[in-house]
Design a protein around this ligand. Structure first.
Ligand code: CGF
Length: 841
């Protein structure tokens, strides 16, 4: 308030307010200005990197202007806001997205061309913002796009990692990890050196009574670290609304190194504090669906939630409302259990700092939070050791014990005498050491819990959270099936398809209401349309084939069937089954006559994805894929009939090239293990078919597009437990075709047989937990159906058109509207008609 300009001077401010560029000329002016002043270069010294920097800064300025207006609008309207807390935001590149969302890509294209640059070259200069591992982080990024596009007052809160997910190199067939230092030059962030929050760790709790006889708990001592805010503007599509993603970066509280130590010659330890503090936001943990329980990770979590809550509470307090109104103004969504400490931190703020009574405070907390569960895999369910938490966050542990006590008392009242139930649902696991079960804490601290696809939401209710359904009733648990943003995953990744769809559906309206795609149904048998459709798919395959050639040296035929599996490498996702299937195909082709070979559809099997650095089995799968590729791709007997490709360093910007180029993509997890999957949606939306199991969102995709348009196979989730039991306690006969594949691997056909023994023995000797053998036969048979179907291109194309036409449900806009209505209770705040939006429309 103190910094606000007095009324009489505001007229001058209004007169000179920044005006976002709209015309090509103004854009060029901005680019040249940034080259000459911000970058201190000139037309004699402007390479593509500098041009990218200047063009991005021109767009960033524009976004910041709209961002300011959006924030002012929201502050004046004083409406409820949503805060999406996610430890991961897998944003990818921002420049192309910003140009498309504000509707000025053509302006930029022509402007850059006049200044001597091709827009594609400039776009490719950008480093991906890879602050995430996989689906969870990319989902958060799609949600930000949708929240802005739908004009919801919403903020994302995350960590500004200095190193994003590692870069993957393949050396001699092995994955090698290389650090991803992405911040060299990042025009998309906006440091807020004025927004700094002190975060406390360690220390102890002093309890005493104040002069009014009230019990006080004071967290004292320990260590202080500073959280500095960095803002990233999130432009909505076709709206001036520009939301904010605030990422926190850690800094030593003193800000300087210790001069005394420095002067006495102890240079190293003089900077130690600084370094220790900065380590907190240094690296993203590279695990997907795995909890490792490392202290630094807990530090990251608390650092981030404490800074975010401080910010949220500060904003609320400005409104001078009563605390009871907090949940009317604030909705906080916990993306997985990573931010669960936020529930405890809010309770601490309310009772320790603001003096509220426990019950009043806890009512506010539970009304404020919602929790999204993303997995049922036991190894991914977060637990923190009690001694670790006691040391790092002593006051929070006390509050957790108190939350648990009141919770267990309520359970006891509902189920008197059921001690087993108390043990099962306790937030504290009575193990050695004791552990805090974060998912249970998140459930108890939230008013809604949701899964991310129908099957998954049913499974959490009947398995891992069964008791909680009995305790809280079924209404607390709900489903919001995941979605993807059609702006990035259709319009940006596949511009020609987007254009074709626009030409038949009356413009780009489908990017805002994806159900409009339905109008494509009437073209499913239209010859001319089908021809154009097929040409676009072919062009996208040519583009990927070029990428394959430059990155791997292998030539692939764009007319072959492109079969793609790109995602994190994980045993439950079963890339091992895919590569075993590829080996089976190789053996089959080898045994075929020339006549038989002529009838076969040539195939390119494409894999991509990172393995967590400590996940040996996943790394072995990558190794096998590469070795199979080396053998098959160089076998003159095979030629174009089969090629096996591993694409290095799969990330968001590569996905934008890969996704539009699939004929078939693989989503073949063991039933019941993949919560949703979102790449399945991206592939279908881009005119590819799926081979998949009855798992996650595959089931709803089938419901929407029709079972004739998807290749489903394998055992069902409800049979998995029995099969596993039979493997361990009954007779376990392996599939004969799979055994032949194993024999070939063991014979050394793909290099050192010993290198892959862990993969085969997991199935032969260790119970085949992921049911590879059980599903192998139907997988191979279904792949044969794919071969057959692909031969009839006419029908195939019709299937892909019908599928795209029926994908409207999977827009992340639909998800966000569901969250807003069922969980957050927030309304969009659209800009007033006539309000200058700078869009030039
Ligand atoms: O979240 C995942 C993904 N691996 O990040 N989970 N986590 N944790 C699930 O496994 C996916 O199935 C899901 O689509 C994604 C987003 O909800």
């Amino acid at each position: 308030v103190e910094a606000s300009i007095p009324e009489p001077q505001r007229a001058a401010w209004k007169k000179f307010q920044a005006t976002p560029f709209v015309t090509k000329e103004d854009f060029e002016k901005e680019v040249v200005r940034h080259v000459e002043t911000t970058l201190a270069r000139s037309m004699f010294n402007c390479d593509e990197t500098a041009a990218y920097a200047a063009a991005s800064l021109a767009f960033r300025d524009r976004l910041i202007t709209e961002w300011n207006r959006t924030q002012q609008r929201q502050t004046f309207a004083d409406t409820k806001r949503v805060y999406y807390l996610s430890l991961e935001f897998l944003m990818g590149r921002a420049f192309d997205n910003a140009m498309l969302n504000v509707g000025l890509k053509n302006v930029a294209k022509e402007g850059l061309s006049e200044l001597g640059f091709r827009i594609e070259d400039i776009i490719s200069q950008e480093h991906d913002a890879a602050l995430g591992n996989g689906g969870l982080g990319r989902l958060a990024a799609c949600f930000l796009d949708s929240m802005a596009s739908l004009n919801y007052p919403a903020w994302g809160y995350g960590l500004r990692y200095r190193y994003g997910i590692f870069k993957q190199e393949i050396v001699d067939g092995y994955q090698v990890e290389v650090p991803d230092y992405w911040l060299d030059f990042n025009p998309w962030e906006f440091p807020r050196h004025d927004i700094v929050v002190d975060i406390q760790f360690y220390g102890g709790v002093r309890k005493y009574q104040d002069e009014h006889g009230r019990n006080i708990a004071k967290w004292e001592g320990g260590e202080m670290v500073k959280a500095v805010a960095y803002d990233v503007p999130i432009p909505g599509y076709d709206t001036p609304s520009t939301n904010n993603m605030r990422l926190w970066s850690s800094k030593a509280a003193s800000g300087e190194f210790d001069f005394q130590k420095f002067n006495s010659g102890d240079y190293e330890s003089s900077v130690a504090d600084q370094q220790r503090a900065e380590t907190i936001s240094a690296v993203l943990y590279p695990n997907d669906n795995l909890d490792r329980g490392k202290e630094l990770r807990l530090k990251q979590q608390y650092f981030w939630v404490a800074a975010s809550l401080y910010d949220i509470v500060r904003r609320f307090k400005k409104s001078k409302r009563a605390w009871s109104e907090f949940p009317d103004q604030v909705a906080i969504q916990l993306n997985d259990t990573h931010p669960t400490l936020a529930t405890v931190e809010l309770q601490r703020i309310l009772i320790d700092l603001e003096g509220l009574e426990w019950d009043e405070a806890w009512t506010i907390v539970t009304k404020t939070f919602g929790y999204t569960n993303h997995t049922v895999l036991p190894e991914a369910l977060e637990k923190w050791s009690v001694p670790l938490m006691q040391n790092l966050l002593p006051r929070h542990l006390q509050i957790i014990y108190e939350i648990n006590m009141y919770f267990l008392q309520s359970v006891e009242r509902k189920f008197p005498g059921d001690r087993e139930m108390l043990g099962r649902v306790s937030i504290i696991e009575e193990s050695q050491p004791k552990m805090v079960r974060m998912a249970y804490l998140a459930i108890v601290g939230s008013h809604k819990v949701n899964g991310v696809a129908e099957l998954h939401s049913d499974l959490i209710k009947t398995t891992i959270f069964k008791d909680f359904v009995k305790i809280f009733g079924p209404d607390k648990f709900t489903n919001v099936t995941n979605g993807i943003t059609p702006r990035r995953w259709l319009h940006q990744a596949n511009p020609r398809l987007s254009e074709l769809i626009a030409s038949k559906t009356g413009g780009l309206g489908f990017l805002k209401d994806l159900n409009i795609l339905n109008e494509l149904e009437k073209f499913a048998d239209d010859k001319e349309f089908k021809k154009e459709w097929a040409e676009i798919k072919y062009a996208n395959k040519v583009r990927l084939a070029k990428h394959i050639k430059t990155t791997t040296g292998v030539t692939v035929n764009p007319s072959a069937l492109f079969d793609i599996q790109v995602k994190r490498i994980h045993e439950y996702k079963r890339q091992q089954m895919n590569i075993f299937g590829v080996i089976h195909r190789y053996l089959t082709i080898k045994a075929m006559t020339a006549e038989e070979r002529k009838k076969l559809a040539p195939r390119v099997s494409i894999f991509g994805g990172k393995a967590a650095p400590g996940y040996w089995m996943a790394k072995t799968i990558i190794h096998l894929i590469n070795n199979v590729g080396a053998k098959v791709n160089n076998d003159p007997d095979i030629g174009d009939l089969l090629k096996v490709i591993f694409l290095e360093d799969y990330n968001v910007s590569k996905a934008e090239i890969i996704t539009p180029a699939s004929d078939v993509s693989e989503h073949i997890s063991t039933a019941g293990t993949e919560a949703s999957g979102t790449s399945n949606m991206k592939f279908v939306l881009n005119g590819g078919l799926i081979i998949g199991t009855c798992d996650g969102a595959n089931i709803e995709i089938t419901r929407e597009i029709g079972e004739n348009n998807i290749f489903l196979f394998g055992n069902l989730a409800e049979d998995v437990e029995d099969l596993r039991h039979a493997h361990n306690y009954g007779s376990h006969t392996l599939d004969p075709d799979l055994l032949k594949v194993f024999e070939t691997i063991k014979s050394g056909t793909f290099g050192d047989a010993g290198a892959f023994s862990a993969l085969t023995s997991a199935i032969e000797d260790h119970g085949d937990y992921y049911l590879v053998s059980d599903d192998f036969h139907s997988y191979i048979q279904t792949q044969a159906l794919v071969d057959e179907a692909y031969k009839n291109q006419d029908e195939w194309i019709t299937k892909t058109i019908l599928s795209v036409a029926r994908m409207g449900f999977f827009s992340s806009d639909r998800c966000i509207n569901e969250y807003a209505e069922m969980i957050w209770n927030v309304e969009p705040l659209a800009p007033e008609k006539g309000e200058t939006d700078g869009l030039g429309k």
